[in-house]
Design a protein. Structure first.
Lengths: 284, 185
């Protein structure tokens, strides 16, 4: 471990983030402002998630990072190494072994359990932002539970495309009160948000933290005659054969040939039973 | 003991473990967590740990009269630097249930910023999974917790998303009760 304070941030900053997390847990789905710090990585690379993870990690934790479901992409590798260096925590690629999982844009396929924390990286935490740019107005809309504009947006989807065309960052209502942006996860993942683990959301540039306690009710917004449909590519995984996972489309040649594979690399490798076939880097 | 004693020996590690216990307690109302590592004069281990984990110079604290002693003020000043204030200006409040009231005197948050409300650290004699029935976020079916005054929490829940959040402490044991929890009996 390098000569940083444990988990990089100073203790006063961690206390500030911890207080924001607790208020977020007490008010499910409400965006708590926090004094986001400049991190040694650019905005858009998970600075919010990294700060939440830093405030949560203990020396005994086992940490996993995924980026679009994969453990081995640049964002995931660099954040994993960041906490290996600054917190000295154990890391893993296996969902079931991890106690803290930081994610960019996916929920793991393996069901999470009590004792696990899922930390989301969030670019735009305000679900109403593209409908109403003024923070003062969106604050008031949340205060008054005035979510008509969001339903108009979904209705316009139907009027234009015949269905709700929103495929990711699909808005949810938490515990019947706050409409919340689930971060840009595919809507396929929305039903998984009612889970046994604690879910924490960090938006670094936008300086917001929010949370969903375990077993909370999380409802994807829809209409009686246009119910919410999770949706995925109509294929099985070309590698492991799974029919119930979210798939990435991979272009395999210049002629447009393609294959569909699980986006969750740990889940897919586990099903194929070749987990240790040269996939793990030497740092682990 | 002097005001210099009773702090964390290894603050970053111990505070991180303590925060995880507080987080689990708040996120799963009714779950009783055990913590160690801090001891303030006249306070339980759990209340001392919560103070060191969450309180600092940016968080005004109210001390109820049953815990407000010079020794505790000195300990708080040395270890946290938190200003001691009246109920209406407090982000955290500390004391026994009877001495903490009236609850309406604490900041409850505003409709735009419901997070700007006080968190009460309550010293109780006994903390068991018995008595009042809890349901709501963080609870799979139901939980039970010995509460000094369930009616007060029903009134607190009725103002959601405004309201107070509670951390109950007995010895080294601790349980959370956020404003979102529905309390019966």
């Amino acid at each position: 471990m390098d000569d940083y304070n444990f988990a990089y941030l100073d203790e006063e900053t961690k206390r500030m983030i911890r207080r924001a997390i607790l208020k977020g847990v007490a008010i499910p789905g409400y965006q708590v402002p926090f004094a986001s710090r400049e991190m040694p990585m650019p905005y858009g690379w998970g600075t919010g998630g990294v700060q939440v993870s830093a405030a949560c990690l203990t020396p005994e934790d086992c940490f996993k990072v995924i980026d679009q479901g994969a453990d081995d992409t640049t964002n995931a590798v660099s954040i994993r190494k960041f906490f290996e260096r600054t917190a000295g925590v154990a890391t893993t690629e296996r969902t079931a072994e991890a106690t803290v999982i930081q994610t960019r844009h996916r929920i793991p396929e393996t069901a999470l359990t009590e004792g696990q924390i899922l930390v989301y990286q969030v670019p735009i935490p305000e679900p109403l932002r593209f409908l109403e740019p003024r923070e003062t107005e969106t604050r008031r809309m949340h205060a008054l539970e005035d979510y008509g504009l969001m339903h108009v947006k979904l209705y316009e989807d139907i009027a234009r495309h015949g269905e709700i065309a929103t495929a990711y960052a699909y808005p949810v209502k938490v515990e019947g009160r706050y409409v919340m942006d689930p971060s840009p996860i595919p809507k396929f993942d929305n039903p998984k948000m009612e889970m046994a683990a604690i879910q924490l959301f960090g938006a670094g540039r936008e300086q917001r933290i929010y949370a969903i306690p375990p077993y909370s009710q999380v409802v994807s917004l829809d209409f009686e005659d246009h119910p919410f449909v999770p949706g995925k590519a109509p294929h099985d995984c070309a590698l492991c054969g799974a029919s119930d996972t979210y798939l990435d489309e991979i272009i395999t040649d210049d002629a447009g040939a393609r294959m569909y594979v699980c986006s969750d690399t740990d889940y897919c490798a586990g099903r194929r039973g070749d987990y240790c076939a040269g996939r793990r880097g030497e740092a682990i | 003991m002097s005001a210099l004693d009773g702090g964390f020996a290894d603050a970053p590690a111990e505070a991180s473990r303590a925060f995880r216990a507080v987080l689990e307690a708040m996120a799963r109302p009714g779950r009783i967590e055990t913590v160690t590592g801090a001891r303030a004069p006249g306070l339980s281990v759990a209340a001392s740990v919560v103070l060191l984990t969450l309180v600092d110079g940016t968080t005004p604290v109210f001390l109820a009269e049953d815990v407000d002693r010079p020794a505790l003020r000195q300990w708080l000043a040395f270890h946290t630097g938190a200003p001691v204030v009246a109920r209406g200006a407090a982000m955290f409040a500390l004391g026994g249930w009877a001495a903490l009231g009236p609850l309406a005197a604490y900041p409850q948050g505003s409709p735009e910023y419901p997070d700007r409300s006080a968190s009460l650290i309550v010293e109780v004699e006994r903390l068991e999974n018995a008595g009042a029935r809890l349901t709501g976020p963080g609870i799979e079916a139901e939980a039970r917790l010995t509460l000094p005054d369930p009616e007060a929490h029903r009134a607190n829940r009725a103002t959601f998303p405004l309201g107070l959040d509670f951390i109950f402490c007995a010895g080294s044991r601790m349980a959370g009760l956020p404003r979102s929890t529905r309390v019966e009996g």
